[in-house]
Design a protein around this ligand. Structure first.
Ligand code: ATP
Ligand code: MG
Length: 267
């Protein structure tokens, strides 16, 4: 598919195509298409841009990942397809593990996702390094990113069936998990385990968004680009007064204003 450079919704259309192509290759469950469509609707209301409160939440997430003892980035199918390369870059900068963890687990999809992510890891290692990172150090930083998920040997308490599976050295032992596009039940179960849960979810009303410790209400590709930029700069200690509700209310307000401005009722 060709989408001309100046198309106002180019990024969104390219992301949609990536999801469609990955679904055809067997990387994604059918429900992944529906989940993506729901995200697109919320992104349309946000104006397909990163709003200031999402930037604040992205900064808080990076600060918390960097301060954690055992940080893990959990990736599902959609997040691997849309932001896998950037997740590897962020993991290399923070020094953390990645666990592939999918809701509808099948061996075939797990194998395909693992192959895809390892391929992405090789590409990122041979790409030119990020600004300010030494070209000598970068390939090793990327090679050090462990990718877990293929041999789950632990369970998330409170969940049933395959979606409870996780790795003892990954999500199970983590004190802080960045889980883009998580499901509400699992987000609650991870919080119950005493973990800090950092999520990316375009729906500020979802159970995931409302249960998480920090919610980045943004598209996953933009959120990872933002977190990489932040990780390359100066970090601070986590904010002990972090109020996640204000982030959600700001996103809901922004979406509401978008609909009134469309009809000329701004201000
Ligand atoms: P919950 O289980 O948290 O109540 P849900 O069941 O309504 O949420 P799911 O179908 O589990 O939602 O997951 C899809 C979620 O992922 C939606 O909230 C959707 O807005 C979000 N989403 C989809 N695509 C993206 C994307 N590209 N970037 C960020 N969020 C996305
Ligand atoms: Mg759900």
């Amino acid at each position: 598919m060709t989408i001309h450079e100046g198309h106002p919704r180019r990024d969104s259309l390219l992301s949609r195509q990536k999801i469609v192509d990955a679904h055809k290759k067997g990387l994604l469950a059918d429900s992944a298409l529906i989940a993506h469509g729901r995200g697109e609707a919320f992104d349309y209301l946000l104006g397909e841009r990163t709003i200031p409160s999402a930037k604040r939440a992205a900064r808080e997430s990076v600060n918390r990942l960097a301060a954690a003892h055992r940080p893990v980035i959990s990736l599902n199918g959609n997040s691997t397809v849309l932001a896998g390369r950037d997740a590897v870059k962020l993991a290399a900068l923070i020094g953390c593990r990645i666990e592939i963890n999918i809701f509808y687990r099948t061996d075939s999809r797990m194998n395909l996702l693992s192959q895809t992510l390892n391929l992405m890891k090789n590409e990122v290692a041979s790409d030119s390094p990020l600004d300010g990172i030494s070209p000598e150090a970068w390939p090793q930083m990327v090679a050090d990113v462990e990718i877990l998920g293929m041999s789950p040997d632990a369970h998330i308490p409170g969940l049933e069936g395959p979606r409870a599976k996780c790795c003892s050295q990954g999500i199970h032992a983590a004190d802080t998990v960045l889980v883009p596009l998580e499901d509400g039940d699992r987000c609650e179960a991870l919080i119950q385990m005493g973990k800090q849960v950092l999520v990316v979810d375009l729906n500020p009303l979802s159970r995931t968004a409302r249960t998480a410790t920090v919610t980045i209400v943004d598209d996953i590709s933009r959120a990872f680009r933002e977190m990489i930029k932040i990780a390359l700069g100066n970090l601070s200690a986590p904010d002990s007064q972090w109020d996640n509700t204000t982030i959600l209310i700001d996103a809901i307000d922004t979406m509401g204003k978008a609909s009134s401005t469309s009809f000329g009722q701004d201000g």
